[in-house]
Design a protein around this ligand. Structure first.
Ligand code: UDP
Length: 235
């Protein structure tokens, strides 16, 4: 059966790379890289937006007296480190990858531009979209939705700690059930926090489907790009 997607944006939080208090846990990075490679080898073009919460979050840094825009810049730089470690792991596993940064740092990687990203995706390279939107006061969830729209990706695959969107918190309520599918409007009406408000508004406006799945399930990214696996489709 043909894959349901030609091009997707995968959003991976910074915390997905950490384990037991280690910000960047190498075996975890290798596992996620392997899953991205498998998804790309399935014939789907993959852009990856990585968060930075395992290292810095602007809001947290600003509570320590650092101006918010400075803290946010630190957060964006953290995403670059996460992209670089993933890029290296993907290439070690035999797939070409390119980090493109929204903040210019020519000694480190190429700048993000829509054309450059599309060119690399067309060549079958995994493209790591670093430094968020390049602007403070935004998140990498918003970046993922923005890049999906810019790069004509058909969906945002949002990796989380649970395998979808539930009627209630499954850790607290044993009767909670997972939605297979719901519209942006339903998610909004039911107050289900799929993404932060700015990211969700952008996804809703552009009718971008958000597919929520668990990063802890081995091979989950490949399963989702093949239209399989446990997930909730919002949109
Ligand atoms: N950030 C930003 N602008 C962006 C994206 C990210 O300022 O466009 C900063 C912000 O401080 C954020 C941090 O980078 O807290 C890390 O991103 P995020 O919190 O989205 O990471 P995640 O929670 O997914 O690991």
């Amino acid at each position: 059966m043909a894959n349901p997607y030609k091009r997707v944006i995968v959003k991976i939080s910074g915390e997905a790379l950490s384990k037991n208090g280690v910000s960047i846990d190498q075996p975890t990075v290798e596992r996620i890289a392997g899953d991205l490679v498998a998804a790309a080898n399935a014939g789907v073009e993959i852009g990856v937006v990585v968060g930075g919460g395992n290292i810095f979050r602007g809001v947290e840094v600003s509570t320590r007296g650092v101006p918010r825009p400075v803290g946010d810049t630190m957060g964006m730089l953290a995403t670059v480190m996460n992209c670089l470690v993933l890029e290296a792991a993907i290439e070690r596993q035999g797939k070409e990858a390119r980090t493109l940064s929204a903040i210019a740092m020519p000694a480190v990687c190429e700048n993000f531009s829509r054309k450059r990203a599309v060119k690399n995706l067309d060549k079958g390279r995994v493209v790591l979209l670093a430094a968020g939107t390049g602007n403070p006061y935004f998140t990498t969830d918003t970046t993922a939705v923005l890049r999906a729209a810019e790069l004509s990706a058909e969906a945002v695959l949002k990796a989380t700690n649970v395998d979808g969107v539930y009627t209630a918190d499954p850790k607290k309520d044993p009767k909670a059930t997972r939605y297979a599918r719901l519209s942006h409007q339903e998610a909004l009406e039911k107050n289900l926090a799929v993404m932060d408000a700015a990211a969700f508004a952008l996804a809703r406006e552009n009718r971008t489907p958000i597919i929520v799945f668990s990063i802890h399930e081995k091979g989950a990214i490949e399963a989702v790009v093949r239209g399989k696996g446990h997930a909730t489709v919002v949109g």
